[in-house]
Design a protein around this ligand. Structure first.
Ligand code: UDP
Ligand code: MG
Length: 315
């Protein structure tokens, strides 16, 4: 007798140049999910891979009817790939997981359990990143720290490995019209009952990490700019600090002038000038980031374009 309930679980996997490991990853995920008492579908979003990831998918989908695929027209970035997957997912719950098995699929049944018990969002939270290099770990730590401090949203150690209830998925997909997204931040922002499950980040099984330092800086900027205007306030604070400082320096200069002290201090002037100059440049840069984001949003371009679909219904 089949004891499966009528619930449908969607697994969304963003993949960029993952042909080396995707078959194995799918096998592992399929295996694990089979132990959950639900129906399931797996949606792999090929984020503009150049290495035949989608060919592999097409082949696998011939025998695996639960496998669905979306190919984006180029590399739009993981955030867009996740969004494409969430949009296509039909499940009562959706799990997002990396294609490189760095997010242990063994957690899936635990997440589903928590969901059945009522959690609307189940976050897998990184306990350690011992398998990542020191540089990557430090980078990740700085990234999360800055964002938590500035953005007031908790992404400390959080990952994109999550389970979202249908309600949360619809909120994120339908009710948040923004183009530039930061998945981790959004799923915290929406609220609803959250449950965290700690996990250890595994080493990558095949291929290399796809994040260049530049991409990560971009993500950090999007994350910060889309969640907080604190940097703008820092600019204002900087302005006041220099004003107060300037007031003292000006008083000193005036007093000196009345006392007939000779004008000296070329070094002071040049240093002040340089420091003020860089404050102004940085401030302009910060303001510029926000303007750039406003510009991006206002263009209303779609966050991704789909080139091909496997078993995805048109809507
Ligand atoms: N990924 C993607 N588009 C990109 C970069 C990465 O869809 O432009 C996918 C990638 O295939 C993987 C996941 O996002 O499934 C995480 O990527 P990666 O392992 O490179 O990053 P990390 O593990 O360092 O977060
Ligand atoms: Mg990875």
């Amino acid at each position: 007798m089949d004891t499966r309930s009528e619930n449908l679980l969607s697994i969304v996997i963003p993949a960029h140049n993952e042909s080396a490991g995707i078959e194995n990853a799918l096998a592992v995920v399929n295996n694990v999910v089979a132990s959950c008492r639900t129906q399931w579908e797996i949606i792999v979003v090929d984020d503009g891979s150049q290495d035949g990831t989608f060919d592999t998918l097409r082949q696998l989908a011939q025998t695996d009817t639960r496998l669905k695929g979306i190919r984006l027209s180029r590399n739009f970035g993981k955030e867009s790939a996740l969004l494409a997957g969430l949009k296509a997912a039909k499940g009562d719950a959706v799990i997002t997981i990396d294609a490189d098995l760095q997010h242990p699929p063994q957690l899936i049944p635990v997440m589903v359990d928590e969901w059945t018990k009522g959690a609307k969002v189940v976050d897998a939270v990184k306990r350690s990143r011992e398998n990542d290099g020191l540089f990557i770990r430090t980078r990740a730590r700085i990234f999360n720290r800055v964002l938590s401090k500035l953005g007031g949203i908790n992404v400390q150690n959080s990952s994109d490995f999550k389970l979202l209830d249908r309600k949360v998925v619809s909120t994120i997909v339908n009710e948040l019209p923004e183009r530039q997204r930061f998945y981790r931040g959004l799923s915290d922002w929406v609220g609803y009952p959250h449950v965290s499950i700690p996990f250890d980040v595994e080493g990558r099984v095949d291929g290399d990490g796809k994040w260049t330092l530049w991409r990560l800086i971009e993500l950090a900027t999007t994350a910060t700019v889309s969640f907080t205007s604190a940097p703008l306030r820092i600019v204002t604070v900087l302005g006041f600090v220099t004003l107060i400082f300037g007031f003292f320096v000006a008083t000193d200069a005036l007093v000196g002038w009345f006392q007939g002290r000779a004008v000296t201090g070329f070094a002071t002037i040049i240093i002040t000038l340089l420091i003020l100059g860089s404050f102004i440049m940085i401030s302009l840069g910060i303001v510029g980031e926000y303007i750039a984001k406003i510009y991006e949003e206002i263009k209303r371009r779609p966050p991704y374009l789909v080139e091909e679909k496997i078993r995805i219904d048109e809507d």
